[in-house]
Ligand binder design. Sequence first.
Ligand SMILES: *Cc1c(COP(=O)(O)O)cnc(C)c1O
Length: 430
Amino acid sequence: MNHDNSRNLFDLARKYIPGGVNSPVRAFKSVGGDPLFFKAGEGAWLTDSDDNRYIDYVGAWGPLILGHRNEKVIAALTEQLEKGLGYGASTEGEVEIAQKICELVPSIEQVRLVTSGTEATMSAIRLARGFTKRDKVVKFEGCYHGHVDGLLVKAGSGALTLGEPDSLGVPKAYTKLTHVLSYNDIDGVKEFFAEHGDEIACIIVEPVAGNMNFVAPVPGFLETLREVCSKHGAVLIFDEVMTGFRVGLGGAQGVYGVTPDLTTLGKVIGGGLPVGAFGGRKDIMQHIAPSGAVYQAGTLSGSPLAVAAGLAMLNSISEPGFYDKLGSQAEKLVTGLKERAAAANVPFTTNQLGGMFGLFFSGESQVSHFEQVMACNAEHFRTFFHAMLDNGVYLAPSSFEAGFISAAHGDTEIATTLDAAERAFAAIAT
Ligand SMILES: *Cc1c(COP(=O)(O)O)cnc(C)c1O
């Protein structure tokens, strides 16, 4: 496979863009080699700058749940383009999408639109602090909540990929207010809250962790978070920027039946354009300006284009049977991968929920803790990643990222992927 154009673009990019990329994980640091540059996407497929085609399991990191260039999303965008790009004032569409979000996620009684997931979590934390008049925040190791100063402590994903869990430039004083506990450690949460519960403004958690590969909550974990927050007057924030409308129509909270006080959203709700949102209990949301004294604002918030794309997306995924189909395709994929790994004698397991999955080069039968994720065979992943790429399958270029499937991934794409995987597992075995 020829990658000359990508290589040349990367050389040029490094001259003008730090590290040649606009977000660290894109740089292929954890898999080695040069990153690819893409020029088009259609359905389940991506085309790179050298005209190579790949089946895409990144989906723009989650938003493209309908695949690239979905016709309803494109039609909604085209219609809005005729009417203008933005007015810096209120529009009918933003009311419509707010109503739709509140209908689909019952714990959200009111919602505020922002422009990224980072803004959503940053604002939700400020709101929780303003509401409780407390300063301390609890997060979990390996959970990523955007590049908010106070949350860049033991954050997953890009930070793990770089091997730098913390960032320079974040004052110690900021992160002193952030307590980090172990994901899925129920006793750890109970013990911490017994001692410090009354000082805690909020817990922020990915209800299914998608930034340390893909790890589901163990039974009782989310329930315990709900319990300690209610008991100690802390706000429970589910960061569903990734899982919202991804693992199911009602998000992870719908799947597990645990109700947070606030929810942050992003990725899918923008249909591929930059959007985030945070929402929840009305008595808490009322503290946001202009109705309350917690300040939050955004020049491009509720961008009509992003709202149009998001609405078209939400309407499509609300159709009956959408998630059954998506989930069954994802299941076919991970089951097929496990069979091929077993045939090649490569220690390997998977997690999957709705349209998300995780691949683990691990001998464990079940991966549900951060330490297990970190113990996976990185060398095997690197070999697998590059072999898949050479065979026309684009996976996330890091073993700490979740995989995403779209409604455009049909049986043909799954079969082609599994054929590629057979060769990739063979490459590891030799
Ligand atoms: C992607 C992500 C964010 C950050 O969203 P951006 O739009 O990249 O700022 C926050 N939380 C979670 C769980 C995410 O997956």
